[in-house]
Design a protein around this ligand. Structure first.
Ligand SMILES: [Zn+2]
Length: 451
């Protein structure tokens, strides 16, 4: 191989007008994978475009692969030269709907890539069509001189959560098998700060129902000795956080630390829209509290609303309690601990019923293999500064499926979806320099990974 970093740099720069053309064509497809909102032909159009563009970039056998939720994935590949590893590239070609019921929230046309103040606006410009273009631009730059095998899988219904690809992966393990996997559906901590997402939180929710009386009883006649179900429930819920706001579930460690990016408290206050003067929670750093420790939240309570309430003692109430679970903690075990805790703190022998929602396991990306080392180096070369790591609040169930199906493959999460992209919101945009840097990083990775 004789491609130098400088060669790649100039090839990627020269490809940026092409990247704009590619992204504009993709954004013009209204590929919301819900036929009640947009015609299915729009998703077909996006899928065909992915097939055509990656065929141009040298991939073979590009085709639609049906999945059980009815939304096909796009697959294609380039076989590995003898003995070389294979890299699976993931992205999705469906997008979120405009989320603009009055048609006033978007400042530029939703499905027309539009430049404003140096950013490119349009639904899917970052999530995930910007990442499709990163893969495409890296492959165009290396066309004819790839030292590795490539497999591409572009999902057609990621934003719907209908699980088509999650069912497809284990059933087609041989088709997708690879030595390392780039899940390009996240982004840097900020534009210009090369970041790998190494942790996704899991989820262990329960619904707890507390009953104390057969019916609501007059509070004047019975209030005092008769137990109030809502007070019982709120006493229980209050034990889930201590005075500093640390999550305090019996049997669950709450002292993990995050080794990656330092999330400045002032920035977090602004990002989370905290009201002035209200405290941030917990005794750890923002990153510790976000990505390394369990976090409990009360999502909802069913009880008498204020308007329409009468002087009656509540007899039965319920709450939905969410528990976010950091990597390294088993979600099922965390849910068991939450259930046992709630039972143990129940006051007054109130009756308690607890329903468990299906837990979702957290995910820890690999961070010690040759692909991770090559990707770190590539990102550092592309951005000219050291990489950092962050976690992400939501889970990506596909990552767990990929890990279970290919336990030896290194899985890396990155992409162009930095915070200013406002993915899923109106006025989604992408920073074109992130596309350029990430494409260069991916091209450098694909060049250097095998050695
Ligand atoms: Zn996405």
């Amino acid at each position: 191989m004789t491609i130098t970093t400088n060669d790649l740099h100039s090839r990627i720069s020269a490809l940026m007008p092409q990247a704009h053309t590619d992204l504009a064509a993709l954004v013009a497809c209204q590929s919301v994978a819900d036929p009640r909102q947009f015609p299915a032909s729009e998703c077909d159009k996006a899928a065909r475009l992915v097939i055509d563009k990656f065929t141009e970039a040298g991939l073979r056998d590009m085709r639609l692969e049906p999945t059980p939720d009815g939304h096909p994935a796009v697959f294609g590949h380039i076989p590995a030269p003898g003995g070389a590893p294979t890299v699976l590239l993931y992205c999705h070609y469906d997008v979120q709907p405009p989320l603009d019921p009055d048609g006033t929230a978007w400042k530029t046309p939703v499905f027309q890539l539009t430049e404003r103040d140096g950013r490119w606006y349009g639904r899917g410009a970052a999530d995930c069509k910007g990442n499709i273009v990163v893969h495409l631009t890296a492959l165009r730059a290396l066309q004819g001189s790839l030292p590795v095998g490539i497999k591409l899988i572009a999902e057609g219904s990621e934003e719907q959560g209908t699980g088509g690809l999650e069912a497809f992966v284990p059933a087609h393990a041989d088709l997708l098998r690879a030595d390392s996997i780039i899940v390009a559906d996240t982004g840097n901590f900020a534009a210009g700060v090369p970041t790998l997402t190494t942790a996704l939180r899991g989820l262990a929710n329960v619904v707890v129902t507390v009953s104390t009386l057969e019916n609501a009883m007059h509070s004047g006649m019975f209030g005092g000795p008769a137990p109030d179900a809502l007070l019982a429930l709120t006493r229980m819920l209050a034990t889930l956080r201590d005075a500093d706001g640390n999550t305090t579930i019996q049997g669950l460690g709450s002292d993990g630390t995050w080794r990656g990016v330092d999330y400045p408290p002032e920035q977090f206050r602004a990002d989370a829209h905290l009201l002035p003067g209200v405290d941030l929670l917990g005794s750890g750093s923002v990153a510790d509290m976000l990505w390394a420790r369990p976090a409990v939240t009360v999502l909802g309570i069913d009880c008498q609303p204020v308007v329409g309430s009468s002087p009656a003692i509540p007899a039965q109430v319920r709450a939905r309690v969410s528990l976010r679970v950091p990597p390294g903690m088993d979600a099922k075990h965390a849910q068991d601990a939450l259930v046992a805790h709630l039972r143990a703190v129940t006051p007054w022998h109130a009756n308690v019923q607890i329903e468990r929602e299906t837990p979702g396991q957290p995910f820890a990306a690999s961070s010690d293999g040759p692909a991770y080392a090559a990707m770190s180096h590539a990102l550092e070369q592309a951005y000219g500064r050291p990489i950092t790591t962050e976690g992400q609040g939501g889970s990506i169930p596909l990552c767990n499926v990929l890990h279970e199906t290919f336990p030896n493959a290194e899985i890396m999460l990155n992409g162009v979806e930095e915070p200013r992209c406002m993915i899923h919101s109106p006025n989604e945009s992408v920073d074109p320099s992130e596309i350029e840097h990430m494409a260069l990083a991916e091209a450098l990775f694909l060049t250097n990974y095998p050695t």
